[in-house]
Design a protein. Sequence first.
Length: 85
Amino acid sequence: MKKKPSDKLAHWKNSTGKTAYARYLNGGRLSRAKALEAKCAECTNGYADGRVDCLLPACPLYPFMPYRAGGPQKSGTRKRSGGAA
Ligand code: SF4
């Protein structure tokens, strides 16, 4: 059976962004919102340390981080909560 690029995610826990990242790796298209979720999943290696806040507010994607303290923001305004400045 031919391996798919997303097979490398098999050991990842289920999390927001995993399915979207797998779809992207396999050549699928993502909405902007799903791409943001996929990036955070990729960045944290599938939330290897747990589905928790990355605590990196310097990242431009931090307002949209799925497991951010207080939840992800709906718009791109820069509102910091959790993590160091
Ligand atoms: S918000 Fe956090 S998890 Fe998401 S891409 Fe930025 S540093 Fe990585």
